[in-house]
Design a protein around this ligand. Sequence first.
Ligand code: 6PG
Length: 242
Amino acid sequence: MLSDLEALSHCAASIFVGVSRNSIATKKRFVVAISGGSTPRRFYTLLGSETYRDQVDWQHVHFFWVDERCVPEEHEESNFRTAFDTLLSKIPIPDENIHRIRGGEDPDRAARDYEEEIKKFFGVSESPIFDLIILGTGEDGHTASLFPGSKSLDEKMRLAIPVYLEESRRNRITLTLPVLNNADQILFLVTGPSKASVLSEILGEREKRKLLPAGLINPLRGSMIWLIDQGAAGKLRGLRSH
Ligand code: 6PG
């Protein structure tokens, strides 16, 4: 458990540096899929700052997105824009290493195009293995753009799909559970007391956990790290601080 968002963001940046070095040393590339939302903004900003920027070999880093809101890329809700403003515009990364989801296009087409991009990058016959996937969770237990009760949770064949959110009447594009669970390393970032209840369910009893998309994240071959701050940990028992 970390004291606050600042400590958690530094910890996430150190993990990013370590996993990127390890991947580049062994595979000559580091492939990461990142989330949007507010929690990772400070982490992305730190990574692009003087403190961490020079510790990563950006020429060999490839960015994909866990999900995207169906808005043009200059829109303030765009996950691409969040990453661009906080990180991508601050680092020496080749354009061809940025594999974004075209949120401004027709959702079906954008999901198909993104899937093609992933297949082309990893090779069509292989199921993609991301070196690192950054995830968050909402107060309802959603992760990526996989929401409780949605049929998108049953998707087994597609890598990326469009989802329609009744509540906001908005479309999003998301990676599917089989892709997320195939990662080498998953890093969850959860902060603030508003997430305390759902976090205790996600990390709690198996039966309850299964009802929440974030509780269905269970890497098949890799490992998972939860970075949680004091506020979010408020309803968990038996945790040690770091
Ligand atoms: C998004 C996400 C989403 C996010 C959670 C947590 O595009 O919104 O990728 O799954 O990680 O909603 O969001 P916050 O960090 O804003 O709480």
